[in-house]
Design a protein. Structure first.
Length: 206
């Protein structure tokens, strides 16, 4: 009796099916890896954005709270160096100059045209006691604090006269005393609404 050994291999159809399945599995693996990478990067971006936002919010709050009660004499009348409207605020406050040293300077926070929407910019300069006014700061080079703003609104809480109750105002100009509170609301071009920044002005207690 003669035994014949049959060497059984893969047919062409079986090889094509196997290669197709392997390719499909690899596609799924790479798609999952890519999705995971994008999710990781998006998470890191959100964390970085939140951190930057927290730093800016803290800086703005401290700037508004630490306003210095400088008073000018204008036409024989004493006036507080503070003026605010819906899109800007002018005050005197500490600004770092070098090695952490803080010096009281004229500070202007205002809305300016930007590449996308508007920007919140800060200008500052040393005051000239012989020439009362914020003109030196208004002429200074701006520093962009927040970009891509759709709407910015400052508001001031207080009473403009002894006969009125304290309420929110969209302007605080040529008042004898500063507002009790300063509120800043921000709506970004991407639709994000920042939490309200509310600061209790310390100049009122000086």
């Amino acid at each position: 009796m003669t035994f014949r050994r049959r060497a059984r291999g893969f047919t062409l159809v079986e090889m094509l099916i196997g290669m197709t399945l392997v390719g499909f599995i690899l596609t799924l693996l790479f798609a999952g890896l890519n999705l995971g990478t994008r999710s990781w990067e998006a998470g890191e971006q959100r964390i970085a954005t939140s951190s930057r936002q927290a730093v800016v919010v803290d800086f703005l709050r401290r700037t508004l709270e630490q306003a210095y009660p400088l008073r000018w004499t204008v036409e024989n009348e004493e006036r507080l160096a503070f003026a605010g409207d819906a899109e800007s605020v002018r005050l005197v406050g500490p600004v770092p100059i070098r090695e952490g040293a803080l010096v009281n300077q004229l500070v202007v926070l205002e809305l300016a045209d930007g590449e996308t929407g508007h920007d919140l910019v800060m200008r500052w300069a040393l005051p000239d006691l012989r020439e009362p006014g914020f003109e030196p700061a208004e002429a200074a080079k701006p520093k962009v604090l927040i970009k891509g703003i759709k709407r910015l609104t400052f508001a001031y809480f207080g009473t403009e006269s002894e006969m009125e109750e304290a309420t929110w105002h969209d302007r605080w100009v040529e008042q004898k005393d500063p507002p009790e509170l300063i509120r800043l609301q921000l709506l970004m071009e991407n639709g994000e609404a920042w939490p309200d920044i509310v600061a209790a002005s310390r100049v009122r207690t000086q």
